[in-house]
Design a protein around this ligand. Structure first.
Ligand SMILES: NC(=O)c1ccc[n+]([C@@H]2O[C@H](COP(=O)([O-])OP(=O)(O)OC[C@H]3O[C@@H](n4cnc5c(N)ncnc54)[C@H](O)[C@@H]3O)[C@@H](O)[C@H]2O)c1
Length: 374
């Protein structure tokens, strides 16, 4: 950190200057007390192009490096954003924490559960040194996600019985061909589920809890030269007894929505493309007995629930700590939220995200960048 004044500048390095690295640079630019001082990419042209872009936007040109080591030796760095291929996340995050710097890791945390365990342990140790370690889960900050989470925690849906999660997207052959790491087991860790579907899987587990049994089928149906699946279906049984259907594909031309239906004995909600499309929670148990078949399609309370929520600003005001272990994410910014802002606040307060629980996917602190497509 450059000074110890009340408003110190946090120096940010972005590792991986591709699609999402650029999104993070834009996010940092929105926050007055953050600055990108270093860009790291194994392809020098990628780092140079992003440095030029940052300079063109009116900020100081960051120095560029081929490795984290070089960046730590050659620039002031307090926080590193890991935006490299998924299979490198933990290896690089450990390097960052070992160097005594905060780290924000893009999703997925990694492609290997054992390595993910390593980072959970390292994050806990780093917490004692006042370091923040966090992973991106930007959809936890969507108003729709927060409304559904609050309702289910308050028991307003009654007993959660089932869910349907569907990611019906399209990725062209050109998308897979655009990076040697895409669609490989070693670096992407999977296909439509691991890369594109991971946010929806995260929300599914957030709402329904720990899965105990999964049965799945995967296929590669509409792409070539790809090791992993472009289509997957699964049935999931949760500890609570609730059942879910999961579907993810990158072979649904021209690309439909991401849809998550959460259903219970007293209420249900539908999140479609991040928006709360439907919400109904019975006011009383008696209401559910008012007719033998319920009230299909009636009484959509979504608008009222979102109004009660108070908009994105409420999430910021509600948050006691940006990377706390509270079950809903407490910080949100324009177009989603900002991991860098979260780290900034964590840095001020000298606290760390720390490790959380693991349930099929791994979670610790959750932060997210502005909207981006996986
Ligand atoms: N949160 C989201 O919604 C979201 C969206 C897109 C991507 N992502 C994640 O971000 C990560 C990157 O995805 P992308 O689409 O930006 O990929 P990309 O291929 O566009 O960019 C990756 C960059 O990392 C660089 N790189 C590769 N190996 C490196 C190394 N050892 N050191 C430094 N740089 C290296 C590449 O040269 C490339 O410039 C993935 O893990 C992906 O899952 C998240």
């Amino acid at each position: 950190m450059s000074t110890e004044t009340s408003n110190p500048i946090l120096n940010v390095a972005i590792a991986g200057c591709g699609t999402i690295g650029r999104t993070h640079a834009a996010s940092v630019a929105e926050i007055a007390d953050l600055q990108v001082t270093a860009l790291v990419d194994e392809i020098a042209e990628a780092a140079d192009a992003l440095a030029q872009h940052i300079e063109d936007q009116g900020a100081a040109r960051p120095a560029t490096f081929r490795s984290l080591d070089e960046a730590f030796a050659g620039a002031d760095v307090d926080l590193v954003i890991i935006a490299t291929p998924s299979g490198l996340h933990i290896e690089q995050a450990l390097e960052v924490l070992n160097a005594g710097k905060h780290v924000v890791i893009e999703k997925p945390l990694d492609v290997n559960l054992n390595r993910a365990d390593d980072i959970l342990a390292a994050a806990k140790a780093a917490e004692e040194k006042g370091l923040v370690a966090s992973v991106i889960s930007q959809h936890r900050f969507d108003p729709a996600s927060i409304v559904v989470d609050e309702a289910r925690r308050a028991g307003r849906f009654g007993r959660l019985t089932s869910a349907i999660a569907s990611v019906s997207w399209y990725r062209s052959q050109g998308y897979y061909d655009s990076g040697a790491w895409r669609g490989t087991w070693a670096m992407d860790g999977g296909g439509a589920v691991m890369n594109q579907g991971v946010h929806t899987v995260d929300l599914l587990l957030w709402f329904l809890g720990t899965p105990v049994e999964i049965s799945a089928k995967t296929a590669l149906l509409a792409h070539t030269g790809v090791e992993v699946e472009d289509t997957a279906v699964a049935t999931v049984t949760f500890e609570s007894g609730a059942l879910a259907v999961l579907h993810a594909t990158t072979a649904a031309y021209p690309g439909l929505s991401v849809r998550l239906q959460v259903m219970g004995s007293m209420g249900s909600a539908v999140i479609d493309s991040d928006n709360l499309q439907f919400f109904h929670a019975a006011a009383t148990e008696e209401e559910t007995q008012s007719g033998p078949m319920g009230m299909p399609g009636a009484s959509n309370q979504a608008e009222a629930e979102l109004a009660r929520f108070g908009g994105p600003g409420a999430a910021i005001k509600a948050g006691p700590h940006p990377l706390s272990r509270r079950p809903h994410p407490p910080i949100q910014g324009r177009g989603g939220c900002h991991p860098e802002r979260a780290a900034r606040r964590g840095h001020h307060r000298g606290r760390c995200a720390g490790a959380g629980h693991r349930a099929g996917t791994v979670r610790f602190g959750h932060t997210g960048p502005p909207r981006a497509h996986c």
